[in-house]
Design a protein around this ligand. Structure first.
Ligand SMILES: Cc1cc2nc3c(=O)[nH]c(=O)nc-3n(C[C@H](O)[C@H](O)[C@H](O)COP(=O)(O)O)c2cc1C
Length: 420
């Protein structure tokens, strides 16, 4: 969870040890913000399918075929198998409610999305192992049986002492401007080992991950428990790597997407979603389109470009059930068409959000590598008003609808069917 944003978000446990915080690696001095290009359009569609696999087998990766599986809604299903439950081999997962760490994916949000027929995700990237298990249990008790739990793959080495000091000093005027005290110490993030083990224990139908590849031992551990894998890619090379690793589906995250870019490189170039779908159309894996999709017509368009399903994040931020802070909701309601910008100043990794102090001349120039910058800015984002919060949102923010989650998810599926 992200201590920065949330009304309904739980705080990072104050002293959970981190599993990966070595010293090293210089962070390139880059301008903190990047303007947003618009999206072109691209290519062809297919809906491969996977076979039902018995649970708890060490070999549960499905064979991808070219079969179509029309669903009860009349929309194509994402061919993701709930490996744990051969009795329910396929779900109608045309729509995925995106994982959004930072307390956005409340139990109410996931349960409502699941009720309407979407695959509900829990963004657990900032949760301790205990909190992760509690979140899964609560969602299940609410009736969301098939869930995708999402974690961040650790990769970047931590900041050197010099980088940490420079980034902290550069943040002093920001804390000052917001009237927030600059702390001497900053909360650690939960360790990946602890999170991953808790995820295995919780045994969700799907484990989705971002910021890199999952190592073979962990992939095998998931397969042994019948947990299907969903990797994330922001370009063809990353998507090919995920396909080589044998994931069950790949989220293709276009540069329109809200939140952190799910690339291996913390500051890698993005690509418009349509171009990304076109570039990856020949990969032998179901593709999940993400980025800037706000209604069912958008979903139908990406299904037509070859996606097996659509993953929407920003569209769900304005649902009353989401853990979105009031200031964030207000900013979403007021957003115009060009309201979002990329910045690395918040966390050390590129992310897209509604423009505020993090994206202009008030932002710090010295930025610690991800995730240390995230730790350094967390107390400011938590205590300050909208100007210094991270207001993550995609390019479709200005098309947000304020609807109960179940109503929104049902409308999205209906609109998609009508447009398809
Ligand atoms: C507030 C917010 C938090 C996010 N957190 C995560 C996350 O924890 N893990 C992840 O894989 N993607 C995360 N994302 C990205 C989404 O999963 C998805 O790719 C993105 O929302 C799609 O673009 P859209 O916001 O334009 O719909 C986040 C997005 C937002 C807006």
């Amino acid at each position: 969870m992200d201590p920065l944003v949330g009304a309904a978000s739980a705080a990072i446990p104050p002293s959970v040890p981190t599993s990966a915080a070595p010293l090293g690696a210089a962070s390139a001095a880059i301008p903190p913000s990047v303007p947003t290009p618009a999206a072109p359009v691209g290519a062809a569609g297919r809906h491969p399918a996977s076979a039902a696999i018995p649970p708890l087998s060490p070999r549960v990766i499905p064979n991808i075929t070219d079969h179509h599986f029309p669903s009860s809604t009349g929309l194509p299903r994402i061919p993701l198998t709930d490996h744990r439950s051969p009795a329910m081999p396929f779900h109608d997962f045309t729509l995925i409610q995106a994982p959004m760490a930072g307390g956005i994916n409340t139990t109410e949000l996931t349960v409502g999305a699941a009720r309407a027929g979407a695959l509900a995700s829990i963004g657990a990237g900032y949760l301790s192992g205990t909190a992760l298990e509690a979140a899964v249990t609560a969602a299940r008790q609410g009736g969301a049986e098939a869930l995708a739990v999402n974690l961040f793959i650790p990769g970047e080495p931590g900041a050197t002492e010099a980088q940490w000091r420079a980034a902290r000093e550069a943040l002093a005027p920001c804390y000052d401007a917001a009237g927030v005290d600059l702390p001497d110490s900053f909360a650690e993030l939960p360790g990946f080992d602890e999170q991953f083990d808790a995820m295995l224990e919780a045994r969700p139908a799907f484990f989705s991950f971002t910021f890199g590849r999952l190592d073979k031992a962990r992939r095998d551990a998931c397969r042994a428990r019948g947990i299907a894998l969903i990797g994330t890619a922001t370009n063809r090379a990353e998507a090919r790597d995920q396909a080589e690793d044998g994931v069950d589906a790949i989220v293709l995250q276009g540069e329109e997407a809200g939140g952190h870019r799910g690339s291996v490189e913390t500051r890698g170039a993005g690509q418009p979603l349509a171009a990304l779908l076109e570039a990856c159309g020949d990969l032998d894996r179901p593709l999940i389109a993400a980025g800037g999709l706000m209604d069912g017509a958008d979903m139908a368009r990406v299904l037509g470009l070859g996606a097996a399903a659509a993953q929407l994040g920003t569209a769900f931020l304005s649902c009353p059930e989401a853990g979105t802070a009031p200031a964030w909701r207000q900013a979403l309601a007021a957003a115009g068409p060009d309201a979002t910008v990329m910045t690395a100043a918040v966390s050390g990794r590129y992310a897209r959000g509604l423009a505020n102090a993090w994206m202009d001349e008030r932002a710090p120039r010295e930025i610690a590598p991800y995730p240390d910058q995230h730790r350094l800015t967390a107390p400011l984002r938590k205590a300050a008003g909208a100007e210094w919060k991270s207001l993550w949102a995609g390019t479709g923010a200005h098309r947000s609808r304020v609807l109960p989650v179940e109503e929104l998810a049902a409308a999205l599926l209906e609109e998609c069917r009508a447009a398809g």
